[in-house]
Design a protein. Sequence first.
Length: 937
Amino acid sequence: MQRARRSRPTARRRTPAGVAASIAALLFSNMSTAVHGQSASTARSSSAASAPASSTRAPTSTPSPSPSPTPSVAAAVAPKSGGNLPPPTTGGSAASTNSTDIFDDIFSIKYFAGLFKLVPAPNAKVVAFANGTDNVCRFVSTPRNGTDAYDCPAGFFCPFGANKQYKCSEGFFCPANTAQPLYCCEGYYCPTSSTVVPCPEGSYCPRGSIRPFPCHVIASCPEGTIAPRRVGVLVVVAVFMVITSLIFALKSRRRSQRSLKYSESMATIHDSRDHHLFGNAAKQPMTLPRRGADPEKRAVFDIQFASLGLTLPNGAELLRGVSGELKAGRVCAIMGPSGSGKTTFINVLTGKVPRSDGSVSINGMEGELSHYQKLIGFVPQEDIMIRELTVLDTLMFSAKTRLPARWAHVQHAQKVLETIEYLGLSHVMNEAIGDEESRGISGGQRKRVNIGMELVAEPAVLFLDEPTSGLDSSTSYEVCTLLQSIARDQFITIGAVIHSPSPAAFERFDDLLLLAKGGRVAYFGERSFAWQYFKGLGYLCPMNVNQADFLLDVVSGKTKSDRYPFLTPLDLVHAWDRFKVGESPEPVAGPGNPTFRVSQAPGTLGELRLQFADMWLDAREFVKDVTREFFEWVISTVTCSRDPIRQTPGFLFLWWQCFRRASLQIYRTPAQFLVDQMLHLGCGAFISIASENIDYLGKQPQQICDIAPAALKPFCVNPIDNLRQVGVFMSLGVLFTGISVGATTFGNERVVYWRETAAGRPTLPYFLGKLIADIPRIVIAAFMFSLSLILFWPYRSHFLILYAVAALLYYTAFGMGYFLSIWVRKESVGLVGTGFALLWSMVLSGMIPSYETVRTSGVYDGIAWLWDISPPRYAVEALYVKEVQARPFPENQSDDQAYMYRISHFQRNLIIMFVIGTAWNVLALVSLRLAHRSRMK
C-alpha cells in the first residue's frame, strides 16, 4: 500500500528579519565553536509527535495564520543526550512544488532542521580528557528513520534532501549522510573530508585539522590533545639560565687570572721603580715622540697667546684681549668669578671654538693647537668614564686607542701599570669604578682615574676643568700635588681651571691667569707674585684668609682697595694692561663703565633679529664644519695618508677595542643580562596568554552562505580570522622591549662618547663595536620572546618563522632605541620610546586602518609611505601568510590573500624588514656624529 504522504506546512514569505530569525539557530550551530560534542536534548520519540514524516521531497503547505516560535541558539547547541534537535513549529498544509527559488531552500532547511541531529561519527573513538569528560566527534546527520529519511554520500553534505548534494571542503568533516558540514572535530584530524582519526599521542589537533601537528619535545601531548601546553619552555629557560651562569663563571675566572697576572707585574714595577715612575729619562724608555725628530724624544709645547677674543654674532664679548703664555713643565691656574670665561678661554685656545681675534703660537711659531689634537689631553670637571669597568680596563682602553699604532700590547700594559702605580691606584686597579648606585672606588680615586685616562696617552699639553671640584681639602691638595709632579716629571704643559682651592693646594700652582667678568685679564704671571701686584693697588690680604679666595673677591668687586676704593673690576683690567707694557698700574681716572647698546636690550626688536641671526649663523657653521670634516675623511681614506703628528691605530684595531669594551660592559656580570632576558621572556608570555584563543577557521560553504540573512552573511562568507592581532601584539611587545634595552647602549654613555671623540677617536669603529656587541643580545632576546610566545598561542607554522620575524623586529627596535637615545635625554627616552612603539605597532601596522584601506581608500594618499617604511606592517604580513598557509582551508592555497597580502611576499617582507632595520642603524650612526657637535670639540 502506498505510504500516505504528509505534506509539510508552508509559511508565507517573510521579511529578511523574519528569515534571519528562522535560521539563526541552524547557522550559528554550524559556526559556533560549541557545536562539537553536543546534540539536542529532545528525544527522537518526542520529536516524532510534532514533526510529521515526509519523503525526501516534501510538499509545500499553506501558511499558518498564527506565527510559529523561532528555534533558539541554545536548542541548537543543547547538551548531548542522543536525541534529535527540536524541530521548528509549523502549521497548515499545502502542496509542494519543485521550485529552485532561494526561499524554497530556506524553508526546506527550516523544515529539515527539525529532523537533523548530532550523532557520533562512524568509528569515532571516545577520547578521555584530563578533566574527566569525553570528546566524541559528532556530525549533523540527515534523517535516518521514518518517511523523512534520505541518504547523502560520504564527502558531501545534503541540507535540502538527497537530490541536492554539495562537496565538502578540506578542513570540514562530512561522513556519509551528512546534512551540514562541520569543522573537523577538535582532538581529531580529517585526512579526507569523509574520514576522522583521533589525534595520536605526541601531536595536537585543533579544530579544522587535516593532519596532526607535532608537539615537539617541549610539550606533552597525550592522545586527543587539542592545544598543547608547552611547559617544556620553562625547562628550556632553566637550562639556558644555568648555561649562562656557567659561562659567566668561566669568564669571571679568566678575568681573575688575568688580574692576578697584572698584579704580579705591578709588584715588579713597584719594586724596580722605587714607588716612582717618571724620575728621569733613563727610567722612562717610552717617551712621547717629537714631531719630525727622534721618535724617542718627548715633544715640548710652550704656548703663547696674544689678544685672544671671542665676540658672538649678537655683539656680546665673552673674551677680549687675553694674552699670556703656558710653559712646559709648569702648572698654570686659571681663575675668575663665574661668567669670566675660564672654560671659554680653554675652548678658544685649543680651537674647539673659533676665536674672533688674536693669535696662538707654539714654541714661537704661529699655529693652531687643534692640529695637535692627539697630543692634547683634556680632563673634564665631571668624572666621565664607563662606571661598569674596572680601573685597569678603563686605562687600558685609553692607552690602546690613543698611543702610537707601533706600540705592542706589552708596551701598552707596561705604560698602564706604571701610570696606575704613579697615581697610587694599584690597590684598586681591579675594582669597578662604580657610581651613585653601585659602590666602587672613592671620589678622589675617580678623579685620579679621570686624570690617568689622559696621562696614559702621553699628552704634550694637559688641560683640566676644575679638577678639585667636589673634593675635600686634603684630596684637593693631593690632586694639585699630583699635577705639579706630572708637569715637572714629564715636562708637560698644564693649565687647570680651578675654583677656590685650599691654601696648600693653591701653592702647588706655578702660574696664575686671573680673569675678570667679560673675559678680560686682571693678572697673569707667577702665582707667588700676584699678592705683591695687588698689594701695590691697595689690596691687602688679611691674615688667615685664603689667598685664592681673596683674589676672587678682588676681581669680583667684593673687596675694595684701601688706596683706591673707587676701583672696579674693569679698572683692574686697565691697570693690568698698563702694567704689562711697563707703565704704572695705578689708576689715572675714575671707574670705567661698559656701554650697553640698545639693540642688545632684552626684549627689543633688535635682540629678536640677533637671535634669528644666531640661529642662521649656527646652522651655516654646522654645515661648513660637517662638510669640511667629510672631505677631510674622504681625502685621508682615498690617499691612505698618515697623521704627521701621531699615527694612532687603524679602523680594525679600534673596532676590536670598542667591541671588547662593549662586551665587558654587557657581559661582565650575569645579573643585568639575565634581567634583560627575563624582560623579553615575560613580555612574550603576556602576549601568548592574550593570544591563546586567537585562531583562523575557514569560511563556510557558499551554499550555506547563500541562504544566510543579510545580517549574518558577512560572518559566513568570511573566515574567522584574528591572526593579524597576534602580529600586532608581537610587534608591540618586541618594539617596546627592544627600544627600552637598545636605548641604553648609547644613551647611558653619551658624555663618554663626546669626550673620546674630542680626543680624536673616530665614530664608525665605536658605533660598529657597540652594535656588534649587541647582536648576541638581539639573537637571545628574539629566542626568549619567541619561546614564551608559543607557550599558549597555538601557532601552526614553523618556530623558525616566528623567530626570524622576532629577530628582525628586535634588530629594528634596537636601531630605533639607538636613534632616540642620541636625541632624547636619558630621563625621557622611556616615555618617548613607548609612544614610538605604539605609533609603529598600532597605527602603522596595517591592521587598523588595514593596509588595503590605506592603499585603496584615497584618504591616506599623502602619508601612505609611512606604512611602507613600517617594520610591523611587514612583520604582520609575514606572520599572517605563513600561519594562514598552514591551515588547510581552500581559500588559503592561492597566493593572493586577504588585506592585499601575498604568500609569495614572505621572503620579500623579511628582506624589507632587514633593510628598514639597517636604515635605522645608519640613521643612528649619522645622528651620533652630527648631534651635539659642540660637545665633541
